[in-house]
Design a protein around this ligand. Sequence first.
Ligand code: MGD
Ligand code: MGD
Ligand code: SF4
Ligand code: MO
Length: 702
Amino acid sequence: MKPSVYKSTCRVCHGGCGALVHVSDGRVVKVLGDPSSPISGGWMCVKGLRSPDIANHPDRLKTPLKRKQGQDRGSGQWEEISWETALDEIAGRVAEIRHESGAESIALGQGTGRHHYMHVVRFANALGTPNWYEPGLAQCFIPRITVSNITYGGFVTADYYGETKPACILFWGHNPLVTSADGELAISVRKAMRDGCRTIAVDPRRSETARKCEMWLPVRPGTDTALALAMINTIISGGLYDRDFVENWTSGFAELKNHIGPFTPQWAEKITGVKAADIVQAATLYATTKPAILEWGLGIEQNVNSLQAVRALAILRAITGNIDTPGGDIIGMNILKSYPVLKDKLPPEAAKKRLGADQFKLLGGWRAYMPSAHIPALFRAMRDGDPYRIRALLVFGNNALLTVANPKNTYEALNKLDLLVVTDLFMTPTASLADYVLPAAFWPEVEHLMGFPLVAENNVIAQPRITQNGQCRQDEWIIDELSKRLNLPDSDITYRDIFDYQLSPLNMRFDELIDRGPYCPPHKYRKYLEKGFRTPSGKVELYSSVLKRMGYDPLPTYLEPPESPMSTPELHEDYPFVLITGSRKAEFFHSEHRQVESLRKLSPDPCAEMHVSAASDLGIADGDWIIVSSPRGQISMKAKVTENIHPSVVSVEHGWWFPEKAGEGFGLFESNANVLTSDSPPYNTAFGSYQLRGLLCSVRKK
Ligand SMILES: Nc1nc2c(c(=O)[nH]1)N[C@H]1C(S)=C(S)[C@@H](COP(=O)(O)OP(=O)(O)OC[C@H]3O[C@@H](n4cnc5c(=O)[nH]c(N)nc54)[C@H](O)[C@@H]3O)O[C@H]1N2
Ligand SMILES: Nc1nc2c(c(=O)[nH]1)N[C@H]1C(S)=C(S)[C@@H](COP(=O)(O)OP(=O)(O)OC[C@H]3O[C@@H](n4cnc5c(=O)[nH]c(N)nc54)[C@H](O)[C@@H]3O)O[C@H]1N2
Ligand code: SF4
Ligand SMILES: [Mo]
């Protein structure tokens, strides 16, 4: 029989690519790019194309599991139970713990940018717990979202989709040709590069994106703020800024100009390792080629200076007048009604108990974009009961043992819980410690309303449920079922009702949008001309009044990483390389897909990139197994010897575990990058970000 073909949207990563899903006998047999997609035009990456191998993988969880009575956590001894039993028992335990120890003793966890993201936040508020987390947030995306909001009054994304195309792209700690992150799909970036736009990459590695750029600035990890300050200095002192935009639409230029004086390219060269002449050349190219995009990525957030690094880049965009212009960085249209997260159901006294909120106000305080708990504080509370005990954790798609800093602490913390429930596609190291494991639905089995790019919501896409796999259920359904059993506020409103509510400004219902296909209205540029920017001054705040009021630096300043050749020279003698962890691979999404043969064979082993000169000094050849050590631990990696990295930097992949070693604890600590990272202070004072890039390490042949 000929397979039926359905249109949908791939969600293996944060999503966006139009997909044609071929179904035969109720199974996904092939996935191809949808040429009619206005967003991806038929392109898909290797992960998306391999979706059938993920959907039909024999190791997919297919039924709810309960750890057998009398068996220890991680014993691998499970009994299959029905959804009714699982949901009744879990709701019963949650109710009991909430009654005995308060709602705050129940934490919720989730992974990055999934379809059910906002539904988990809603569940937390309805349950009355302030303690939910996601392993990105402070280390990923929340600094960029928050800084956009306080500086421009809205989130900015790159304009690849309008008639005017970008003439220049400055990639900063970002590798979108591999990561397709957060809506800048690789295909759009590639097209812009092919059309001849000018390009610069700031990255300690000559990444796949940097290799295609005309300028590569190999910055010392963690020193981006110094580089950005020197670029601002060059642009202002050289008169290269957009006078009209600066005069009419920004506030605090005089203060910025005064502040920036000492931060010359020569000053920055000593800190960043980038030549002063290159800083001047890159700043000049970016400031004088219009319209220009500044593609910012993770490289600037995973360190303790995250707030000011992101702020400095936000200022670069503004002084060059590239905000909300065709082909520049555009402010989101947010065409959907915002997700009803039931913020008002969380009592103020409960919000006060959010772990880490008093310290990290832009992560957990009332002014935070989406208040969440500070991960190190949360896992400490699980482990030590300080300041109170977290007794239960319900996880919806997060492999915390791989993606949170310091897995040894995380492991200890999870083992102390009275109740751990993990919903996932596969049995992961984190799920293996649970009391209950629930089988999640994969994207062709999920229905969802998606705003794209993430947070900006310039387009909306309805993703239909195409297949059903075993007893797998989408997370929103599980949350709705638990909410009903717990009699939570608004538990009669289902996730489907919410889709229709969000679509109400467009006079459309979810089912209609499925039939219609992606809705991509023309972008409205220069929205500020009508109502100004949504900031306290109505202008772009170069000098941030919000940060000033909150007690943070209103102008960006440079902070040396806490562990570095300069701040800890003695440690540097023993750990002579600067370590970065987690640069993405095209074939994996974080800790996922190691069990998918067609993807794993593209990258069978965990790798560490190092420069040819460094490797030859240590007698290491390409493909040798090596030990990478930090003051916190050591891991085993395969050396990838290359010219495409700064000689003083070593880059290790993150997310490695070995599904084939199920009987030996999945080799959890063998090659797990986070064994090398630290969950201890210092943290960024506003977001609580910890350092995943810009630490110290040593390397030796195994
Ligand atoms: N050292 C280091 N650590 C890092 C990073 C780094 O660069 N370096 N990056 C950080 C960043 S930016 C992020 S965002 C995090 C990511 O951290 P996570 O979000 O924890 O990463 P994943 O490995 O994708 O884990 C998600 C889990 O969800 C499951 N899953 C997939 N889809 C679904 C679904 O629809 N429902 C459910 N219930 N489960 C699903 C997957 O099988 C997987 O086990 O990692 C962070 N950790
Ligand atoms: N295939 C695949 N795609 C993904 C993901 C995945 O796991 N796999 N994860 C998704 C998620 S959650 C995220 S957050 C995005 C991230 O997407 P990107 O922002 O593109 O992140 P990375 O590839 O982790 O890092 C980008 C670059 O930062 C560089 N870098 C490291 N340290 C520094 C530094 O101190 N300064 C500077 N300037 N650069 C530095 C790295 O060398 C790397 O080339 O990708 C998303 N897309
Ligand atoms: S970039 Fe790849 S994984 Fe992400 S939506 Fe597109 S095809 Fe899917
Ligand atoms: Mo992320």
